[in-house]
Write a new protein. Structure first.
Length: 118
């Protein structure tokens, strides 16, 4: 399974971006997809996850009410709609796949940079 994140850019605080994670390969092996981010000098952190069947979207508290994760199975693409962006959302955003509820996220795709200016 290969994952490719795209859609990043530079916006002002309060702006919006939509990230896309295109998935290819053996998609039947996917249990869930997650969006993660890593800011300079900080550890990578989870942002949102969703089951491959579109159920059970889950968000970290710091993005609840602002970000929405969704999936288009026909396009094998997972989206992260980001609204009301804040400077602290500045990071490289990655998507990753989990093969089961008991496995770790892996198959990290190349990230996409999101920069939010105040």
């Amino acid at each position: 399974v290969q994952l490719q994140a795209s859609g990043g850019g530079s916006v002002q605080a309060g702006g919006s971006l939509r990230l896309s994670c295109e998935v290819s390969g053996r998609t039947f092996t996917i249990y869930s997809i997650g969006w993660f981010r890593q800011a300079p000098g900080k550890a990578r952190e989870a942002v949102a996850t969703i089951a491959w069947n579109g159920r059970n979207p889950n968000y970290q508290d710091f993005v609840k009410g602002r970000f929405t994760i969704s999936i288009d199975n026909a396009k094998n693409t997972v989206y992260l709609q980001m609204n009301d962006l804040k400077p602290e959302d500045t990071a490289i955003y990655y998507c990753a796949r989990r093969g089961s509820r008991y496995s770790a996220y892996g198959n990290w795709g190349q990230g996409t940079q999101v920069t939010v200016s105040s």
